[in-house]
Design a protein around this ligand. Structure first.
Ligand SMILES: Cc1cc2nc3c(=O)[nH]c(=O)nc-3n(C[C@H](O)[C@H](O)[C@H](O)COP(=O)(O)OP(=O)(O)OC[C@H]3O[C@@H](n4cnc5c(N)ncnc54)[C@H](O)[C@@H]3O)c2cc1C
Length: 364
């Protein structure tokens, strides 16, 4: 098949690579001038172990599997990464039940090595920590996501695939032969392909609405939840990722480390109406409060606004978290079309596994 993948984020690139390795002819259309310029360049770069997600969800299925595939890929392709491990901490007794529920769900999801430890054992691992208990996840890590995306692009191109940059897909028209695709950019035009994958991240709903014959009621709403990050100017005090108990819409303001061991904090959850990446500096007070619950030693003046990312959510405040949504021919009835919606965290971790599922949808 000749397949068009819309979007050169980590998920689109993983899908394109998987399809090209299966022998399909693949073109990726990307509206910007480079890979990973959307959600994929504004995240925590955490390789999630996969313990949070409810049984039967796509996230529970693809996160642990994608994580194992990602570690194998990093090892075989020389992608920088580090399995730091992570502690999810209970700072008061009332939170211990939450940790136990995450442990149980993690075991159901097949996450390896999870263990509950008491406060003293957690402080033996991370002396700066304040907690009464913690869940230790040894499989959690950090990846250099741009190196990962470059490696995916390299394999795609080795298999004969290509990326058309500065190419925005405006409209998809179903024909008897397949799909007619209208695009704009430095050179606008039309292209005929056998199949299309809409992996446009924050632009997925807009493109779905511009897909002729696609039922409007199948296009889910897009809810934007900004995650702000603050950098830390001092020497790192933690050597693992530290997470509080999860909060509505996210995993709580956590400590992430880059591959050099430098600390940063975030992301929080700020519901917004329009795409806007300015870090809201006034949220620093909230950061100090939530971080000091597990790290009382954080001094004033040590946090600086860093960057922000936007989660393409399908549900809003007060509503249960939505799963990834993959709509293939079996769901919507149009042959040769797969639409992906709501690919927020853990989309980076899940990307290699999601890619296989999407290619299978196209072959069914
Ligand atoms: C704050 C935050 C923290 C996160 N942390 C983690 C984490 O630690 N670990 C993890 O596993 N996941 C994490 N995620 C999730 C992860 O970043 C995403 O799931 C993943 O990057 C989504 O990739 P994507 O390819 O679907 O989207 P994108 O990277 O947004 O790619 C979509 C691409 O489509 C292009 N596009 C859009 N419309 C069109 C069009 N009409 N024509 C052509 N091109 C178009 C865009 O320019 C963009 O490049 C986080 C997300 C956020 C927001």
């Amino acid at each position: 098949m000749q397949i068009l993948v819309v979007g050169a984020g980590v998920v689109g690139l993983a899908i394109a690579r998987a399809a090209a390795r299966k022998g399909h002819e693949v073109i990726v259309a990307e509206q910007t001038r480079g890979i990973g310029n959307g959600v994929s360049s504004r995240n925590s770069e955490v390789i999630h172990a996969g313990m949070y997600y409810a049984t039967g969800t796509l996230r529970a299925q693809h996160c642990p599997r994608g994580r194992r595939m990602m570690y194998d890929f990093c090892a075989s392709h020389g992608v920088p990464h580090r399995k730091y491990g992570k502690l999810i901490v209970a700072t008061e007794d009332s939170e211990i039940a939450k940790m136990e529920a995450i442990l149980k769900q993690g075991q159901i999801n097949g996450v390896e090595g999870l263990v509950m430890i008491d406060g003293a054992a957690a402080r033996a691992m991370e002396p700066a920590l304040n907690c009464v208990a913690a869940l230790h996840s040894p499989e959690t890590g950090i990846i250099d996501s741009h190196s990962f995306m470059r490696a995916l692009q390299g394999e795609l191109e080795d298999c004969g695939g290509m990326i058309a940059f500065d190419t925005r897909i405006e409209r998809l028209i179903h024909t008897q032969a397949g799909w007619l695709v209208r695009f704009s950019g430095s050179e606008g035009g039309e292209l005929a392909v056998d199949a299309v994958v809409n992996s446009a991240g924050l632009g997925a709903q807009a493109l779905a609405r511009n897909t002729e014959g696609y039922p409007a009621q199948r296009v889910p709403r897009l809810v934007l939840a900004r995650g702000n990050y603050f950098g830390y100017s001092g020497r790192p005090v933690f050597s693992r990722l530290i997470y509080p108990a999860p909060i509505e819409g996210g995993l709580g303001v956590h400590v992430t480390l880059d591959l050099a061991g430098r600390m940063r904090f975030g992301p929080d959850v700020e519901w917004i109406e329009e795409e806007d990446y300015d870090v809201n500096a006034s949220r620093a007070a909230l950061f100090y409060d939530s971080i000091r619950r597990y790290w009382p030693g954080l001094k004033d003046g040590m946090l600086q606004p860093d960057y922000a990312g936007i989660r393409p959510k399908l549900t809003g405040p007060g509503e249960p978290a939505a799963d990834f949504m993959i709509e293939g021919p079996a769901q919507h009835g149009l042959p040769g079309l797969v639409q992906l919606f709501g690919i927020e965290s853990p989309g980076l971790t899940s990307s290699l596994s999601l890619a296989e599922a999407v290619v299978a949808h196209l072959s069914s």
